[in-house]
Ligand binder design. Structure first.
Ligand code: URA
Length: 240
């Protein structure tokens, strides 16, 4: 049987080691063509937030609004996320917000562009950007919003409903947690169920806020930054 060609990844677009600030990474990612999504997305939607943000929030991929605006989580899911963060006591402007995949994957239905879940190929291709962001930030904690982010950073077997809300060890940061994606809340049609699911989401974020409050933003950050950048050469991923 013929060997499968290796999956292309963003690793070849990364700036050289030691020159991977968020600004340099953002500029390099704008020209990434590692997976086919660059051809259909309007632009690369890179993460945004302060360089010393203690908390990293990782979603799945930009949606229609984010693709047009060039910023993560600015559409309906982003507005729900903002509300939940505020209720959990987290100031979004003090977090860094990004996605596992940096281009919008969609299919045309009539006049609308409908979101399509990214596959393993796109997530793998894009991982060097996410790992580069993590290395540059050296965050205290990471919250993965939804299965795509959690499976990229925690474990391929992560199941949101079974595994959410737990603070876990990771080589990427001081700790990591997976929870539901705000878009999943928007899809719940029953109002009572949606309200209950939203309250649980706020509870998970509040647990992250509580954990963060107990930790110094600076403890162990320099050592972690070095080791994570070394691991983020485009091939590494954290143990699950
Ligand atoms: N959903 C995501 O996962 N990310 C965004 O930026 C917007 C919607």
């Amino acid at each position: 049987m013929a060997a499968r060609p290796p999956v292309d990844t963003a690793a070849r677009f990364l700036p050289p080691l030691g020159q991977r600030s968020l600004d340099r990474l953002r500029a390099a990612a704008a020209g990434c063509t590692a997976c086919p999504l660059h051809a259909t997305g309007t632009r690369t939607v890179f993460g945004e937030g302060p360089e010393r943000a203690p908390l990293l929030l990782v979603g799945e991929q930009p949606g229609d609004s984010e693709d047009l605006a060039g910023r993560p989580f600015v559409g309906p899911a982003g507005q729900l996320l903002d509300r939940a963060l505020a209720e959990a006591g987290i100031d979004r402007t003090r977090t860094y917000v990004t996605n596992a995949v940096k281009h919008f994957k969609w299919v045309q239905r009539g006049r609308r562009r409908i979101h399509e879940k990214p596959g393993r190929l796109e997530v793998t291709a894009c991982l060097p950007w996410l790992e580069g962001e993590i290395a540059a930030l050296a965050p205290v904690g990471i919250v993965c919003l939804g299965a795509t982010a959690a499976q990229a950073l925690i474990s391929r077997s992560f199941k949101v409903m079974a595994d959410r809300g737990e603070i876990l060890a990771t080589s990427y940061a001081g700790w990591i947690m997976g929870t539901i994606h705000p878009s999943a809340l928007l899809r719940i049609t029953d109002a009572d169920q949606r309200q209950a699911a939203y309250a649980r989401f706020v509870g998970d974020l509040a647990a992250a806020a509580h954990r963060l409050a107990r930790q110094s933003a600076h403890s162990a950050a320099p050592a972690r930054a070095q080791s994570t950048e070394a691991a983020a050469d485009g091939t590494g991923r954290a143990a699950g």
